[in-house]
Design a protein around this ligand. Structure first.
Ligand code: NAG
Ligand code: NAG
Ligand code: NAG
Ligand code: NAG
Ligand code: NAG
Ligand code: NAG
Ligand code: NAG
Ligand code: NAG
Length: 363
């Protein structure tokens, strides 16, 4: 497998991860995982939204998923939500909350183990993804608050629910779509500093709301180098270079989120978090592409920078060698590299502690 290309620090980690899989019988059960954000973590939420324009439940998406099944993941196979769940000892991401709503017999048992609320096209701001009918972070958190009340219905007390949720893992990846929409069409028109401030203060509000609903353990992913996506290279610069303005916004955002979390965790003493700097780690993969077994870091494997992946698009056969599956999203292999980095690396890629340390995964 392509894993042999993984360089030193990840290589050690991979062999340890395999060992820990063998020891899994003795390991404590994985924590409940509640997942929020955008298409990087969506495992089929949008399949259940009538008229949603941000969907991936069609071929060639899922070509490397078991049975080559398009599930709604924006990937050739598993995505980042799955890869993180696997390192926690699960088979894949918990199912979409909207799937569980449609399968009442599974609902109660499943929500105790987690749920995935992430919706492709969504962002931090309510306005982001509105036209695509994506579910905003605000509404994802509202859905989680009903889940909280459902858990309390089962446990019989708010205290018991607090106790359960304090041990759960809250994973969030969002912000990219806000920046893209701002750059494509600033509505309402806002200056760049105003936009940054609104974005970060709205994010703070959402994270505090999750805290009030019982979340205590956070894994937060920053905005990756979206100026270097095949989309940005084709649509913004048109000469295949990275779009520097989008890079600046993404980098600024990751710095701002770091400050936000430092500040918030000093105000409330009882949270633990790990901030995965996907901007830096993806730049790191791009800067040493051969070291990571990647041969193409600029083009989409399926479709191209201008057109989405679909059944009539052309696609590459060496998918593990591409950073990008389609014009926006990482390949299954790139999401695996990211998850391994989140669990096995150190500052500044993941700070102040890595996911293994946060989650007590014994590796
Ligand atoms: C976002 O939308 C929700 C409704 O889902 C609303 O309650 C909230 O006030 C809105 N927030 C802003 C900042 O407009
Ligand atoms: C979950 O909670 C919501 C809001 O309290 C309620 O409407 C819904 O019926 C509950 N679902 C289940 C399966 O108990
Ligand atoms: C917001 O981001 C832009 C783009 O990077 C930057 O030029 C601007 O200084 C930032 N503003 C603030 C207040 O951080
Ligand atoms: C590509 O285009 C951008 C502006 O669209 C420009 O700033 C940049 O210098 C160009 N790069 C190359 C290599 O031509
Ligand atoms: C930290 O949080 C407080 C309270 O919310 C706020 O007033 C302050 O501006 C924040 N500081 C920074 C650096 O974000
Ligand atoms: C992108 O794909 C579309 C649809 O297949 C095709 O028409 C177009 O020529 C491609 N663009 C480039 C730059 O290859
Ligand atoms: C696939 O995408 C191309 C380019 O956007 C479009 O012309 C075509 O109709 C799409 N095909 C299907 C089956 O959706
Ligand atoms: C990541 O966390 C693990 C604990 O699980 C620790 O052993 C390891 O040293 C950390 N990695 C780095 C590079 O700090």
């Amino acid at each position: 497998m392509a894993k042999r290309y993984v360089p030193c620090f990840l290589g050690v980690f991979v062999s340890i991860a395999v060992t820990s899989l063998l020891l899994q019988a003795e390991a404590p059960p994985p924590p409940a995982v509640y997942i929020f954000g955008d298409s990087t973590l969506d495992v089929g939420t949008n399949d259940f939204i009538p008229g949603c324009l941000a969907r991936a439940d069609f071929y060639f998406n899922g070509i490397d998923f078991p049975h080559s099944k398009p599930t709604g993941r924006f990937s050739n196979g598993l995505n980042t939500a799955d890869q993180i769940a696997i390192l926690l000892g699960l088979k894949k991401s918990p199912p979409p909350f909207l799937y569980l709503l449609n399968h009442p017999s599974k609902f109660k048992q499943s929500i105790l183990q987690g749920a995935n609320f992430a919706s492709g096209g969504s962002g931090i701001l309510n306005s982001t993804g509105l036209q695509k009918r994506s579910i905003s972070l605000e509404d994802q958190i509202k859905q989680f608050s009903t889940v909280r009340s459902n858990i309390t219905h089962m446990t019989g007390s708010e205290e018991a629910t607090d106790n359960i949720l304090s041990k759960a893992f809250f994973l969030i990846s969002t912000g990219s779509n806000d920046i893209f929409e701002y750059l494509l069409n600033p509505t309402p028109p806002m200056s760049a500093p105003e936009f940054n401030d609104t974005l970060i203060s709205t994010y703070e509000y959402h994270i505090k709301t999750l805290y009030e609903l019982g979340a205590r353990m956070f894994g937060i992913l920053t905005v990756p180098p979206i100026g270097c996506t095949p989309f940005a290279r084709a649509v913004f610069t048109g000469n295949n270079s990275c779009f520097e303005l989008a890079q600046d916004f993404a980098l600024d955002f990751s710095l701002d989120v770091a400050i936000l979390l430092e500040n918030f965790s000093s105000q409330v003493q009882d949270i633990k978090y790990s901030l995965g700097n996907t901007f830096l780690m993806t730049s790191f993969f791009m800067g040493d592409m051969l070291g990571f077994g990647l041969k193409n870091i600029a083009a989409a494997c399926c479709g191209n920078g201008t057109y989405d992946c679909n059944q009539t698009a052309s696609f590459c056969s060496n998918r593990d060698e591409y950073l990008f599956w389609d014009r926006f999203h990482p390949s299954q292999r790139a999401s695996e590299l990211a998850a391994l980095t989140l669990f096995g690396a150190s500052e500044p890629l993941v700070a102040p502690i890595n996911f293994s340390q946060l989650l007590g995964v014994d590796i």
